[in-house]
Design a protein around this ligand. Structure first.
Ligand SMILES: Nc1ncnc2c1ncn2[C@@H]1O[C@H](COP(=O)(O)OP(=O)(O)OP(=O)(O)O)[C@@H](O)[C@H]1O
Ligand SMILES: [Mg+2]
Length: 426
């Protein structure tokens, strides 16, 4: 079974970089989701690995075979890469039965005899639980059943790697949930490597052993789902995963040399302190950040020397986080200094208390039964919290807000990068 290695893979059209110098290792038997906003380069990445799109430069290996290398002029055609591809718009053959649909690709391979084909078709049909419908035509199946036939058809030739590009996006919410569970099981029972494209962060979170989050063709983070959620590399990642969205709070201040705590001002002048769970020295962090920025600049300068180099037209920007306010106070974000920070607070890290902490007012409360999403107002600012259970809050009532002692994130405002996690006292 293969591992997939992408080294410095770029795909550009003119000066538009669809995929920008991507390095990625997809481990054998893993379930990797490619996640990111529309147009970030997910499908392009998948198509390059599958051999349906030719990279501008770079190298791709599947197992011990180099399937693409721009320098050596290697480009193995798609049908020799042993990958299965399931597109968003899986078209089943309408004039063929379920059985014939699944068998079709196998017959074309000319590798199996009739009896072998029959065995394979029955086996994959069992895996996706479609055996009772073998003689039906696609029009006689529900959407979810059709989807399963499409999956069976992809599995039948036993591809080493299975690529899926938003395969569930046509299904209703309930069926999606069911199919997600099926896919997870399928991954276990087939023992194949799954690479799965989605722009649905929930889907990516629940299915993946690792999430590859891309923005503007650039890899933002490649980690297990809970790491992406709990220790996002930057503001973009923090904002992209999690529902309801993370709260951002602007802060300014400096580190106390003795305690190592960050002494900050938040919400237009309220004093606060942030204690790192794992000690961070801001001096050392800034040096490291500068080193990283210099390395990027140097790599760029190196590339610029190459005559064939093309400047990226779709320029990368630091993520423009949003601060939730009750009323737009017309304030514009000023140029950040090194003493400016952004604090990230996941909704479940806000506690609604009887006393202590910050004075706040309930702005809205939405109980769903299992949990309640509460929005509170602190001055002109809004914070979203999630409380477990069907708690009712009266709109306009006075409450107190506290923050958890760990898991709160501190980001640099200049680079948008995560500095560390810890607890926030206001
Ligand atoms: N043939 C092409 N010529 C020029 N630009 C292209 C071409 N194909 C794709 N692109 C651009 O490359 C970028 C990445 O496209 P891609 O299809 O990989 O996005 P995606 O992440 O799959 O988005 P979605 O979630 O909308 O499917 C897009 O901005 C797209 O407009
Ligand atoms: Mg796509």
């Amino acid at each position: 079974m293969p591992k997939i290695v992408l080294t410095d893979v770029t795909k550009r059209w003119g000066n538009f970089y669809g995929v920008d110098h991507l390095d990625l290792v997809i481990d054998d038997c893993s379930f990797v989701t490619l996640l990111g906003p529309s147009g970030c380069g997910k499908t392009t990445t998948l198509r390059m690995i599958a051999g349906l799109e030719t990279p501008t430069s770079g190298r791709i290996e599947i197992g011990d075979q180099v399937v693409f290398d721009s320098e050596k002029g290697i480009n193995v055609p798609a049908n020799k890469r042993h990958v299965g591809f399931l597109f968003q718009n899986y078209a089943l053959w309408p004039n063929m039965t379920v059985y014939q649909n699944i068998a079709f690709g196998l017959k074309n391979l000319k590798k199996y005899n009739k009896q072998e084909i029959d065995e394979i078709v029955k086996r994959v049909a069992r895996v996706v639980k479609i055996e009772p419908f073998m003689d039906r035509y696609p029009a006689e199946l529900s959407g979810g059943q059709q989807q399963r036939v499409a999956i069976a058809r992809t599995l039948a030739p036993e591809p080493q790697v299975i690529f899926m590009d938003e395969p569930l996006s046509n299904l209703d919410a309930k069926l999606r949930l069911e199919m997600r569970a099926e896919l997870q099981r399928l991954h276990l029972t087939t023992g194949r490597t799954f690479v799965y494209v989605t722009h649905d962060q929930m889907e990516a979170m629940t299915l993946a052993s690792k999430i590859c989050l891309i923005e503007n063709g650039v890899l933002q983070q490649y980690d297990p789902p809970l790491t992406v959620y709990g220790r996002p590399n930057n503001l973009f990642v923090a904002d992209f995963v999690g529902s309801p969205s993370i709260n951002f709070i602007e802060a300014a201040g400096a580190q106390n040399a003795e305690s190592g705590d960050m002494l900050l001002t938040v919400f237009d002048g309220k004093p606060a302190s942030f204690r790192f769970t794992k000690a961070v020295s801001m001096g050392a962090w800034r040096e490291e950040e500068k080193r990283a920025a210099d390395a990027v600049a140097q790599a760029k300068a190196e590339r610029a020397k190459d005559k064939k180099n093309v400047e990226k037209g779709n320029v990368d920007k630091v993520f423009d986080y949003q601060i939730m306010r009750v009323e737009d106070d017309g304030s514009v974000k000023r140029e950040p200094t090194e003493n400016d920070y952004v604090i990230g607070v996941r909704p479940e890290m806000i506690e609604i208390a009887e006393e202590g902490g910050l004075e706040a007012e309930v702005y809205s409360a939405m109980p769903t039964g299992m949990e309640t999403t509460v929005r509170v107002r602190v001055g002109n600012f809004l914070l979203t919290g999630v409380v477990f259970g069907g708690v009712t809050y009266e709109i306009g009532s006075k409450v107190h807000v506290k923050f958890k002692k760990e898991g709160i994130m501190l980001f640099s405002r200049i680079s948008g990068k995560l500095i560390g996690t810890g607890g926030l006292d206001v």
